[in-house]
Structures are given as structure tokens and as C-alpha cells.
Design a protein around this ligand. Sequence first.
Ligand SMILES: Cc1ncc(COP(=O)(O)O)c(C=O)c1O
Length: 376
Amino acid sequence: MSLAPLERAPIYLDWNATTPPSPGVLAAMREASAAWGNPASVHAVGRAARAVVETTREQLAAALSVHPRDVVFTSGGTEANNLALHAASQLVTSRLEHPSVVKVAEAGELLGKTHWLPVRSDGRIVPADLAVVLRELAAETVPRNVWVSVAAVNHETGVIQPVAELAEVVHGFGGRLHVDAVQALGKLDLAYLAGADALTVCAHKIRGPKGIGALAWRRGSTPEPLARGGAQERGFRPGSQDAMLAAGFGAALAGIDLARHARLAPLRDRLEQWLLRYGRVNGAVDARVSHVSNVSIDGWRSDELVAALDLRGLCVSAGSACSAGTIEPSPVISSMLDPERAARAVRISLGVDTTPQDIETALWVLEAVLGPPRLE
Ligand SMILES: Cc1ncc(COP(=O)(O)O)c(C=O)c1O
């Protein structure tokens, strides 16, 4: 298949979807290709591969403030979320979450295990709301193996949840808190997730390879395996690990630069201020990571706008889900605001390589597509 040539490289403002592997990651993976053995083999070839996998496990444990024993590698964030939550007797979560949490909750709903948290219009989970849900749950059943799941940073709005306060509420009711930190890793200092009993992360949102993530846990909150098989990952996640993916994940972790990431805020703000002439921002603007803007544009359906921008070489995302051949408005924005606003929502997410020139080009493309702003 050949791609139609653009006059210039596309401007990529969809870093929440995935990120370009960094040169350091590619070099580490190339080097680790020599460690092609099975990490479970006891001989030298196996040991070489195992050393790579274990080095990354230690790096990850340090980054997440857990013991290396309490980190298992998975195929990504989706699997780690499923692994963390599939065996919960009771699951408390919200419609703000990634589909890999929402779908587990929907499956549990059929069995009466799921309890939905109310979602506020600014996309934040309020600890007092969580306390109400847990109190009702405690009144109905003896709360055993209750898990609450929230994403530290929302994948569509960039809104940061008050994890420490939520953890306090969860622990007050004897439950456990799972935090999907996929969009927080590399963006924020994860010390604020100290209250989480289990954490999901993945490599490809931090310039690492796709196909590897991890679940980590604290205070003995071990998961129930999803698959049965060998003793790899202490039996919590059987199956042979890949040293190249692990090496890429390790190099991506080593490349995290929080200060550089924080410096994206002025670029995001310039874009967002400009877009405000055409629509409204979705999500709490005072509790967001520095690189995301989610805006509903008047007069445009999000999938149509994304396609029109793509034609001119600007890559952003609609957050909408395609189901049964129809475009459904973003479930996240629908849970916060009205369906009309959700149907017009586009997500723009910057990354550490985004330059001021990229933003100026993006504004130029946006102006060409959107036309002059409407007069107030
Ligand atoms: C918050 C969040 N959780 C989980 C995932 C899934 O991760 P993966 O693509 O590694 O399965 C994503 C990816 O978009 C995400 O943004």
C-alpha cells in the first residue's frame, strides 16, 4: 500500500493515542535483539534475555515505588486493567474510564457486581460521591474484595483525579484502589499515586514500543490470573516475555523528562485560546496535564472535523467510538456533558517533540478548515 504524499510531514497532535518511539528506545531494542532467548530458559542464552527483562522490572518498580516482585508485564494497558479488575467481587468505577475498564464493569453489571460513580460536568471524580456509593454498597452486602478503579489522568480530557483523597475514602471502607496510570506516567510525578493498591502502565504512551505494559501492586493486592499456563511472571501472567519489548520499555522510562513535558503548557494554551473562538473546552481547565485540550467546535461533528484536518495533514482525534458502522459520540464526554457537545468534541494532545512552529502550522490548517470565527 502506498500513502498519498503530503507536501510536508503531517503535524502529529495525537500523542494520547500513541507516541513515536524515541531514538533511545529504538537503539535499546536493536541492541536487545541479540537477547532473543527465552527468559525462562536456564542456559546462557535464556539468562541474557532474562537479565534484560529483570532490569526493566527493577526500573519500573522504582518508578512506581513498589517491590520488583510486585510488577508483572502484560501486553499493554488493556490487559493490565483487565488483569487487575476481572476478579473483583464488587467493582466501583465510572463512565470516564478507558474501555478496558468500562467493558469489564459492563460485564460485571450483568452479575450485579458493578456500581457506577456519578460523573460531574468537569470530568472530575468527587471523593464525597465515592463515599456515598461505598456507603450504599456496605449497607447492601458485606463488602469483600471491593475494587474501585479510576484513571489518574483521563485519556480524553487530561483531567487529573484526586487520587490521594479517593484512596483515603476507599481504604476507609476496607476496599482497594486500582489506578490506571497509563496517561499519568511520564507526565506527572507519580508520588501522588502512593495510595493506589494496584497500578496500570504501558510503554507506548511514553515513546516506548506497543505491546508491553505492566500491572504493579502494593500491600499484597495480588491479581487473579486471566490465563493459565507456565510460571512466567510468577504465574500471574503466563507466557514467554520478549526482551526487545522490555528493553524498549526500560529505555522509555529512562527517557522520561517531566520538566520538558510541563513546558508544553504554553503551546497547548495558545492553541486552546485560539480555538475558544470556535467552541468550548471540555474538562476542568485548572486540573489538567499540560499537553491535552479537548474542545467541542460549534457547527462541526467531531469525526467530520478530524477527517477534514487529516486531509490537510493535521492529526488529532475524535474520541468517538465506531460501533456497528455508526459513529457514536465520545462516551467520556457524553458522561460529563450533553450528547450534542460530545458529538462535537475533538482531542488535541501534544508531545515533547511538538514545536512552536507545529502549533503555528496547526493554527493555519485549523483556520483554513474552520473559516473565520463566528461573531458574538
Ligand atoms: C487511560 C488508558 N488506559 C489504558 C489504555 C490501553 O493501553 P494499551 O493501548 O497499551 O492497551 C489506554 C490507551 O489508550 C489509555 O489511554
